[in-house]
Write a protein that binds this ligand. Sequence first.
Ligand SMILES: N[C@@H](CCC(=O)N[C@@H](CS)C(=O)NCC(=O)O)C(=O)O
Length: 324
Amino acid sequence: MGLLVDGKWVDQWYDTKSSGGKFVRSASQFRNWITADGSAGPSGSDGFKAESGRYHLFVSYACPWAHRTLIFRKLKGLEDHIGMSAVHPDMLGEGWHFATDDHGATGDILYGLSHAHNLYTKADPTYSGRVTVPILWDKQRETIVSNESAEIIRMFNSAFDGITGNTDDYWPEGHRDEIEEVNARIYDTLNNGVYKSGFATTQEAYDAAVHPLFDTLDWLEERLSHQRYLMGDALTEADWRLFTTLIRFDPVYHLHFKCNRRRLMDYPNLWAYTRELYQVPGVRETVNMEHIVRHYHYSHESINPHRIVPINPVIDYDAPHGRG
Ligand SMILES: N[C@@H](CCC(=O)N[C@@H](CS)C(=O)NCC(=O)O)C(=O)O
């Protein structure tokens, strides 16, 4: 685990000393957008036109941020148009690596590189910063289009519609302001909140993360007691962004990240909602529970120094959800 400094790999854990024990996530640096006509998006530069076969997605099945992009690739019918490589679940001294195993790690099927940091330095030989997944890669220009999942899913939502004919819309005009508002709370207290709780290195930092996290779960439980999805009847990106955290909650965050006031299963609405989303056609195939459980417990040496992977409860995500 580490980061690149001027294109050189440095092996070091997250610095929480300078922030009073708090985990502070750094901003993604590659922020271009694929658009239908190749014009620039809300950030970055132009020249990334939606074309079949031009782009490749590098993911970890374990990672909740990468998982969003896998779900959108699936739901929007992009699998034949955007290739995919999945890293090995163990993120060790040199970060994400491309060894293959028989549980879904594909290796780097584009270039056969050994580590994800090789992709970052291929895109920018002097890159400084974290080496994160997902990575949306342009095969034509041999560079990273984006390493920000929140933006990759918005590209996938519409940029390729003219190619796929799939016009399903998870970012509908009429709900955008409310989606942003709900996303903001869920991101801060839950998607990132589980990391703030788990990576905290002082009691104060942990307390400051874990209480708002459970307040948000209570708020969501109430919201989902009288509506099917976060935006009512419309299934939107807000639901998918929440789902990738919820599906990891009982198998990983409850124990490993000490988010243990309650289990997801203790919230009847949230738990049924999670099963409903899991059962949406195509989604189940994006959930690789072996990589999820293995990655966190085996990779985070500072939290789990003996790298023992727990037995975990047996959870039936296919049980009827009853949310019709
Ligand atoms: N803001 C990024 C965050 C991605 C991210 O932090 N991914 C984690 C895996 S879950 C990662 O690759 N971490 C490696 C590191 O921080 O060095 C996004 O949403 O795309």
